[in-house]
Design a protein around this ligand. Structure first.
Ligand SMILES: Nc1ncnc2c1ncn2[C@@H]1O[C@H](COP(=O)(O)OP(=O)(O)OP(=O)(O)O)[C@@H](O)[C@H]1O
Ligand SMILES: [Mg+2]
Length: 342
């Protein structure tokens, strides 16, 4: 069953900053989707848009269907309910998201009281259960955020995100500020809870290797666009788009000594979203760019086996029968064969 369907989402911040451009994304119940890409490519903007958390003055168009209901056209009362019971977000810096003057137990209990109509005793019991699920003793409910370590605070954020039993968790770089050991613990915890409770997960990270490990599908963004998507391990191990290839090559692959000793970085930086280059936004950094890349923007095209990529070089699979299967949708325009171009 489709849990989330994003259609042609465009987000433009004031001043013409085109942070998300024409994003289509869909997630079934219980599915885990990773979103990767360099800094500034629009990952957080996409996450915030999903729950209408963008600052005033931001232009958002398209559709965000959560269980078939469009988040973008909901009344605010409904949006507030959906933010806890439909989908909830775990942000990067737990210290900034937790209120420093309130005990963590009260902060976890608040949405349970407000959105689930629980009594004070029920909310206290639920808070204890949530803390224990997140690997903290229930007795820590009386602690203030500053009395906890960074990893413990992030566990509190996870407990809070699960408070109203949402169907979808959006985790935006949930472990970036933590040390490597704690990162692994928190990611394992999140992965286990999501799997046990059969929740959908959108996990945002720079780290393609981590996403490939945790997620079913992987989406790679560049300059506000999804430029590649497909089964997580396949995208990680055998990316099709030159940007996704470069991103993947910058992480060491287990069993591949060449990538360990000579990770291929990508020169330059992503473009400023208020001054995007013509054609494919990646062409100024792309070693495989041909003439058409300078003038024609590329949209995602089916590449077979549930994969899609937005590059002229991606071969379109032959469709042997009249019926298209998932992931082999015909491209909007046929891919010109430019491989022999000078
Ligand atoms: N409130 C805002 N007003 C104007 N521009 C913004 C705003 N927030 C983000 N941007 C711009 O939108 C673009 C996308 O930002 P976003 O935070 O979504 O990137 P990101 O992929 O999450 O990056 P990171 O990996 O660093 O978190 C960036 O160019 C950023 O400067
Ligand atoms: Mg971000």
């Amino acid at each position: 069953m489709t849990l989330l369907e994003v259609k042609n989402l465009e987000v433009t911040y004031p001043g013409g900053v085109a942070a998300v451009r024409g994003v289509d994304l869909s997630l079934t119940a219980g599915q885990k989707v990773g979103v990767a890409g360099e800094s500034g490519c629009g990952k957080s903007t996409l996450a915030l848009a999903l729950l209408r958390l963008l600052p005033p003055g931001t232009r958002v168009t398209g559709e965000i269907l959560l269980n078939g209901e469009d988040v973008l056209t909901m009344r605010w009362g409904r949006v507030r309910a959906v933010r806890w019971a439909g989908a909830s977000i775990v942000f990067q810096g737990a210290m900034h998201s937790l209120n420093p003057v309130h005990r963590i137990g009260d902060q976890i209990a608040e949405p349970v009281l407000l959105h689930q109509g629980a009594t004070a005793a029920q909310a206290r019991k639920r808070t204890g259960e949530l803390l224990e699920q997140a690997g903290l003793p229930a007795s820590r409910a009386t602690a203030y955020p500053h009395e906890l370590s960074g990893g413990q605070r992030q566990r509190v954020m996870i407990a809070m995100a699960l408070a109203c039993a949402p169907q979808l968790i959006i985790a935006d770089e949930p472990t970036t500020a933590l040390d490597v050991m704690i990162q692994a613990q928190i990611l394992n915890l999140l992965e286990r809870l999501v799997t046990d409770q059969d929740l959908g997960l959108i996990m945002i990270s720079h780290d393609l290797a981590v996403l490939a490990d945790i997620c079913d599908r992987l989406v790679v963004m560049y300059a506000g666009r999804i430029i590649e998507e497909g089964p997580a391990q396949e995208v990680y191990e055998n990316a099709l788009h030159p940007y996704a290839k470069a991103l993947s090559a910058s992480f060491s692959h287990i069993g591949d000594p060449t990538s360990r000793f000579a990770p291929r970085g990508l020169p330059g930086d992503p473009p400023d979203p208020s001054e995007l280059p013509s054609g494919c936004a990646f062409h100024p950094r792309c070693g495989e760019a041909v003439d058409v890349c300078l003038t024609e923007d590329q949209v995602l095209r089916g590449a077979g086996r549930g994969r899609r990529a937005a590059c002229v070089h991606v071969p379109v699979p032959a469709v042997s029968t009249g019926t298209a299967t998932e992931g082999t949708q015909e491209p909007a325009t046929p891919a010109p064969d430019t491989r022999s171009a000078p």
